[in-house]
Design a protein around this ligand. Structure first.
Ligand code: HEM
Length: 534
């Protein structure tokens, strides 16, 4: 007992000395003097309180820092995490070394000999899955169906977790079903859509003819055509060319701004307050506003019934009149944006790669031409011809394998703890799906680095192994625009090759090394389209 009294007297003395020292620091001295009526005891109480608060904050901060680099139990293998930055540095270095994030991550996974890679970018734990089995699991199991709820993704959807692409749960289910059903009702995936695509093919041919054998870069005309079709089904009209080019430029600038901001803003959203311009935040907001204005204008035209016919926006506005809670104009705006963003560059980039492929390989081009000429002659191509043009289809499958447009699909969010290859992926972790690696897996493909359309044709001359590629994903979140994309790519590609021989003016062939950002695109090239004498 005595001992403890002595101890407590000595503790008090020590505390008083420490408080005394603390009081002499300028900040505390000012705080104490400004707060109290110069009473010494009161001053000590305040100073003690301050010490406690500072200590608690320091402990909390230390706990947060320790937690931020401590991996959860059985988390998938990957580089070491550091406070605040996670393993961003090594991921960026690998991405730079291998040319893009998809390849950088895939080489990291090889270094750790794993099919489930665990990383942390800034404060966000991320798991990247590899191998056909794991990729199929993420695409098809319900637990992987969510989308992350981070600032960056909300920024993509005009500030809220809405629309289809980045929504999840009931909102996603209801609106995905509604959109798919009503796009079909207005002709999407049916003969009406094929008619629109064939009309666009005529415009493309006219555009090529107007250039009188001068080499052209097919990028813009292909992008315009896809956008026209998407806009026709969504907003019921063809936009005038000037507006269309403005819209395309906005989408291009937007994906560039997102790629630029991807690193910084995604990992540390608060930097937008410090560097609103340098972080790309202001630019994205400006572009979002301009896109929003275009869609709002289309909605207004529909409200005034100045667009004839029926289209997706009319269907949605009717639903809003039924006072269904989740059917709002804001949701309509984000769905329109989802369709334009997800559908335009993905489709036109695939076609651009298809044209580049035949430009680089005359033998393949002549084989495709011969098949088209023999089977179709001069008949306008339609999707039903795809069954008969086996080599052409094999070529287009190989294009979608070799130049995987979305090499890292997702992002997904796990709705509860889940195990994969004996590792634990904790609830709410972001998951990326390395489709690109499945498309180059040597266990699945003979000589995967070789461009070989024949790999998709069996001994009996029939298409084979087409289910082993996932350009549109699979499962309940698979791409709802695949019917449009497939028909567009097939009809426009066949229509162009039926009429023209595609040649390179320069001695040097353009590179087939893709630029891989959020999606893959071809490096800019020009091609000469020479009319065939058939
Ligand atoms: C070659 C062209 C295309 C490719 C390669 C492609 C690829 C994909 C992939 C891989 C996904 C799945 C992402 C995931 O599983 O998390 C997806 C989703 C989506 N795609 Fe496409 N797409 C293409 C064209 C289109 C078109 C033309 C449209 C519009 C009509 C479209 C609209 C969407 C939407 C809205 C989603 C989100 C679906 C959801 O989250 O439920 N895509 N796309």
């Amino acid at each position: 007992m005595e001992n403890s009294n002595e101890q407590s007297v000595s503790d008090k003395a020590t505390l008083q000395v420490s408080l005394h020292q603390l009081e002499r620091t300028p900040a505390v001295h000012y705080f104490v003097q400004s707060r109290i009526g110069r009473s010494g005891d009161c001053a000590r109480d305040y100073a003690a309180m301050l010490v406690i608060i500072i200590t608690i904050l320091a402990v909390l901060l230390a706990g947060y820092i320790i937690k931020s680099f401590k991996k959860p139990p059985k988390f998938p293998p990957g580089p070491k995490w550091y406070p605040v930055v996670g393993c961003t540095k090594i991921v960026n270095e690998m991405s730079r070394q291998y040319g893009c994030q998809w390849k950088g991550l895939s080489n990291l996974a090889k270094q750790y000999s794993t099919q489930v890679l665990g990383i942390k970018l800034g404060l966000e734990p991320i798991v990247v899955v590899y191998g056909d089995h794991n990729v199929r699991r993420v695409f098809t199991e319900k637990v992987f169906e969510g989308r992350p709820n981070n600032f960056f993704l909300r920024l993509r959807c005009l500030g809220k977790k809405m629309g289809i692409t980045f929504a999840d749960g009931e909102l996603w289910k209801e609106h995905r079903q509604f959109t798919v059903k009503h796009l079909k009702n207005v002709g999407f995936g049916k003969t009406a859509m094929e008619g629109e695509i064939q009309r666009e093919l005529q415009y493309i041919i006219q555009y090529i003819d107007n250039h009188n054998n001068t080499p052209i870069n097919p990028k813009t005309i292909l992008a315009i055509s896809v956008m026209n079709i998407l806009w026709k089904f969504t907003a019921g009209e063809h936009i005038n060319m000037e507006r269309l080019i403005f819209l395309l430029d906005l989408l291009k600038a937007r994906s560039k701004a997102f790629t630029m901001a991807g690193g910084w803003l995604n990992q540390w959203p608060w930097i937008r307050f410090l560097f609103p311009n340098g972080s790309g935040y202001n630019l994205i907001r400006k572009i979002n506003q301009q896109l929003s204005d275009i869609i709002e204008e289309a909605i207004l035209k529909h409200k005034n019934e100045s667009i004839p016919g029926n289209d997706f926006i009319y269907m949605f506005l009717n639903k809003i009149k039924e006072n269904r809670e989740s059917f709002t104009e804001e949701q309509l705006k984000v769905i329109c944006l989802d369709l334009l963003i997800a559908g335009s560059q993905t489709t036109s980039n695939t076609l651009e790669f298809a044209i580049l492929g035949v430009l680089r390989n005359k033998i393949i081009q002549e084989k495709i031409f011969k098949e088209i000429h023999t089977i179709l002659g001069n008949k306008m191509p339609s999707w039903s011809d795809s069954n008969r043009l086996v080599y052409t289809m094999a070529y287009l499958y190989e294009i979608q394998r070799y130049f995987t447009i979305v090499p890292l699909a997702g992002p997904r969010r796990v709705s509860k703890d889940v195990t994969m290859d004996d590792f634990l992926i904790p609830k709410d972790t972001t998951v990326l799906i390395s489709v690109g690696d499945v498309h180059f897996d040597p266990e699945m493909w003979e000589a995967p680095d070789k461009f070989m359309p024949e790999r998709f044709i069996d001994d009996k001359g029939k298409l084979t192994k087409t289910e082993n590629i996932y350009p549109f994903g699979i499962g309940r979140r698979r791409c709802p625009g695949d019917a449009l994309a497939k028909s567009f790519i097939f009809i426009v590609f066949v229509g162009i090759l039926q009429k023209y021989q595609i040649v390179c003016r320069d001695d040097e062939l353009p590179s087939d090394e893709p630029i891989v950002g959020l999606i893959s695109s071809a490096r800019p090239y020009t091609a000469e389209f020479r009319m065939r004498n058939t």
